[in-house]
Design a protein around this ligand. Structure first.
Ligand code: C5P
Length: 208
């Protein structure tokens, strides 16, 4: 059997990153947080005082990403969230990042989390999870995460900005956020990280 690819997609703060990282560790597979590619692209555009909505600027930033860009400490937070979602709506940016993501998973298998892994990047993946949760639960999680990192934030503002980003990610013409037809939807509203992991692992074992 060729090395498996496991696709973990879903909206912001649904718990997909934690879940994907744990699955990768459990299965001995490499892990890629594909959101970092869009975040780093957005950050490079902001550094150059450019507009993240401008296709030429954003595509140039995506093409010149280096591994060091993915290690930056300023890829999270409201400004980085907005810039990532803006560059992610640009087809040239997505095209520039596609081969890179495919190459990452193709040889040794991988767990990738993002928005379009099961629909576009690896439509043939044998396991596809779509991890979601209610908007309230996701906003509360993101808010607690920000407070935990010492970032002052209002819950209502976090909720509004998250809803706007999800709306933009879902409405864009290219690779919109949606479950693949053969994805299993995992709703983590009532599940803690442990229970979500157990459910996901059971599914993976069934499919591989
Ligand atoms: O997953 P994360 O919240 O870090 O992703 C940041 C942004 O990057 C998302 O809001 C989305 O616009 C974009 N993204 C994407 N496709 C992916 C991963 C992330 O469009 N596979």
């Amino acid at each position: 059997m060729t090395a498996p690819v496991i696709a973990v997609d879903g909206p912001a703060a649904a718990g997909k990153g934690t879940l994907a990282r744990r699955l990768a560790a459990e299965l001995g597979l490499p892990y890629l947080d594909t959101g970092l590619l869009y975040r780093a692209t957005g950050r490079r555009v902001l550094d150059a005082a450019g507009d993240p909505r401008d296709p030429a600027t954003a595509a140039a930033a995506a093409r010149s990403l280096s591994p060091a860009d993915l290690q930056r400490s300023d890829l999270r937070g409201p400004e980085a969230d907005r810039a990532a979602s803006a560059v992610a709506a640009i087809p040239e940016v997505r095209a520039a990042l596609l081969d890179w993501q495919r190459a990452f998973g193709r040889t040794h298998g991988a767990v990738l989390d993002g928005r379009d892994i099961g629909t576009v990047v690896f439509p043939e993946a044998p396991v596809k999870l779509f991890v979601t949760a209610s908007t309230e639960a996701r906003a509360a999680r993101r808010w607690r995460e920000l407070l935990g990192r010492g970032v002052a934030a209002e819950l209502a503002t976090v909720a509004t900005e998250m809803a706007a980003r999800d709306a933009q990610d879902s409405a864009r013409a290219v690779a919109p956020l949606r479950p693949a037809e053969d994805a299993v939807v995992l709703d983590t509203t009532e599940l803690d990280a442990e229970a979500a992991f157990a459910a996901a692992l059971a599914l993976v074992r069934e499919r591989l």
